[in-house]
Design a protein around this ligand. Structure first.
Ligand SMILES: [Zn+2]
Length: 113
C-alpha cells in the first residue's frame, strides 16, 4: 500500500531523531502532503496508527497539512489551482503547464517531550 510506504519513511526519519536527541515521547507530528502524492488522509492516519502501535511513537498525533496542486501556464503565465487530471489554463485554455506545488511530502515539525 502506498500510504504504508510513506508512513514507514516518516517513521524511520523520526526514529533517528528520537535516538539522536534522547526524546521521551512524541506528541505530535506535522506532515505536509501534496495532492499529487495520491496519499489519502484517512488511510495515512490509519496506517500510521497501526504501524506505530508497538513503537515509541505510539499515541503521537499525526497532523496532515494538504497542499493543493498549483500550476503555471507556459503560454500566458497564469497561475492556478487544479485537480487531477489537470484542467486547462483558466485564462487561455492551453494545456502546457509547469507544476509549482502538489508533490510535497515531508515532515514539517515534531512536538516532543
Ligand atoms: Zn494560459
Amino acid at each position: 500500500m502506498h500510504e504504508l510506504a510513506m508512513v514507514r519513511g516518516i517513521y524511520n526519519v523520526i526514529n533517528e531523531q528520537i535516538k539522536e536527541h534522547d526524546v521521551k515521547r512524541v506528541l505530535q507530528i506535522r506532515v505536509v502532503v501534496g495532492a499529487l502524492t495520491g496519499v489519502e488522509d484517512t488511510t495515512m492516519k490509519l496506517c500510521f496508527e497501526m504501524y506505530v502501535q508497538r513503537t515509541p511513537l505510539k499515541g503521537a498525533e499525526l497532523v496532515i497539512k494538504r497542499v493543493p496542486v498549483k500550476v503555471r501556464c507556459r503560454v500566458c503565465g497564469n497561475e492556478y489551482e487544479t485537480g487531477i487530471p489537470f484542467s486547462d489554463c483558466t485564462v487561455c485554455g492551453n494545456k502546457k503547464m509547469q507544476i509549482l506545488s502538489g508533490s510535497e511530502l515531508y515532515i514539517e515539525s515534531l512536538e516532543v517531550e
